[in-house]
Design a protein around this ligand. Structure first.
Ligand code: ATP
Ligand code: MG
Length: 163
C-alpha cells in the first residue's frame, strides 16, 4: 500500500523551512499532500489562491507533491484523502509542547493516522512565516528565507498592506 502523507499548515508565506520539510518528505513518502488551512488567520498576508499558486510553482517538478486546501478537522481531511501520515516539522523545544498535544489529540481522534516529525535543518531552525512577515513588513531582506515565488510577491504585498 503506498504511503500517503499530509503536511498541514498555513504557509503564509511558504518559507525555505517548509520547502525543506516537503522536499525531504517527498523522498520518504510515496506522495505528500501540502494541505493549506483555510481561514486560519482573518487577515492573511497572502490569499489562499496565492498560497496555492506559490506552492505549486515551487514544487512543479515534484510529481509526488500535491498542493491542496482544507477546512475543519485535520483528521477528517486526512481520512477523506485516505492518507495515513501527518507530517509536522520541529524547530525547537518551543514547538514540542504544542505538537505533542496535537499529535496525541489527533491519535485519539483517529488512531490509524500516525504523526511523523521531521527535524528542521541548521539553516532553518529560526525561520517561521510569522518572522518572515514581520521582517518583510519592516523593510528587511527576506531573500535567504523564502523562494523566488514568494520574493517576487512579498514586497508589493507588504507595501499594499502598509497602505
Ligand atoms: N523552519 C522550519 N523548519 C521545520 N519545520 C517548520 C519550519 N517552519 C514551520 N515548520 C513546520 O511546518 C508546519 C506548518 O507550520 P506553519 O504553517 O504554522 O508555519 P510557521 O512558519 O510556524 O508559520 P507561523 O509563524 O505563521 O505560525 C508546522 O509543523 C511547523 O512546525
Ligand atoms: Mg506556526
Amino acid at each position: 500500500m503506498p504511503t500517503l502523507a499530509v503536511y498541514p499548515g498555513s504557509f503564509d508565506p511558504l518559507t525555505n523551512g517548509h520547502v525543506d520539510i516537503i522536499t525531504r518528505g517527498a523522498r520518504i513518502f510515496d506522495r505528500i499532500i501540502v494541505a493549506i488551512l483555510i481561514n486560519a488567520e482573518k487577515a492573511p498576508l497572502f490569499s489562499m489562491d496565492e498560497r496555492l499558486k506559490i506552492t505549486r510553482e515551487v514544487f512543479k517538478d515534484f510529481p509526488n507533491v500535491e498542493v491542496d486546501t482544507f477546512d475543519g478537522l485535520l483528521v477528517d481531511y486526512v481520512e477523506r484523502r485516505r492518507a495515513h501520515v501527518i507530517v509536522r516539522g520541529l524547530r525547537a523545544v518551543s514547538d514540542f509542547e504544542y505538537e505533542f498535544q496535537l499529535a496525541n489529540m489527533n491519535r485519539k481522534l483517529a488512531p490509524e493516522v500516525e504523526t511523523v516529525f521531521m527535524m528542521t535543518g541548521e539553516d532553518y531552525f529560526y525561520v517561521s512565516s510569522n518572522l518572515v512577515r514581520e521582517v518583510a513588513s519592516l523593510g528587511g531582506d527576506v531573500t535567504p528565507f523564502v523562494s523566488e515565488a514568494v520574493l517576487a510577491r512579498i514586497t508589493d504585498r507588504v507595501a499594499e498592506r502598509a497602505g
